[in-house]
Design a binder for this molecule. Structure first.
Ligand code: THU
Length: 140
């Protein structure tokens, strides 16, 4: 179960700002993400494409931006989906499975995930069984 958010948490404000930058001419569904770490805050937004399947989610643009800037250690992430109508079920505000797997590359089980309008989760509450490549593989 998620814990209550602190309404004026600045990281939520960063995720909402990031959503305003979304490039979404096809879905009109804006998403923003904000990653906090020792470096400060790095934002991401979804970026769509005329070739629909090439859309990139906000969470992944944030992670990729951070890695490109040289950062791989993160303290928290906030995610905002302002185009889900108020009163929608929590599932309308959650990050997609692909983004959870990409986050799993860089964060641990207790990593805080702040979902705007829903609450704060530990990462392992929303993604308990990530794929992890085994270190030893048989040749085939
Ligand atoms: N989207 C995200 O940016 N993050 C998610 O976790 C869910 C979906 C985007 C992809 C697409 O641009 C739009 O939301 C509708 O699916």
């Amino acid at each position: 179960m998620p814990r209550p958010l602190i309404a004026d948490d600045p990281l939520l404000a960063e995720a909402r700002l990031a959503a305003t930058r979304a490039y979404v001419p096809y879905s009109r569904f804006r998403v923003g993400a904000a990653l906090a770490g020792p470096f400060g805050v790095i934002r991401g937004c979804n970026v769509e494409n005329a070739s629909y399947g090439m859309a990139i989610c906000a969470e992944r643009t944030a992670i990729v931006s951070a890695v490109v800037a040289g950062h791989r250690r993160f303290d928290r992430i906030a995610i905002s989906l302002p185009d889900s109508p108020p009163g929608s079920p929590p599932t309308a505000f959650m990050p997609c499975g692909a983004c959870r797997q990409v986050l799993a590359e860089f964060v641990g089980p207790d990593f805080p995930v702040l979902i705007d309008g829903v609450g704060e989760f530990r990462f392992d509450e929303i993604f308990p069984y990530p794929f992890v490549l085994p270190e030893e593989r048989s040749d085939s």
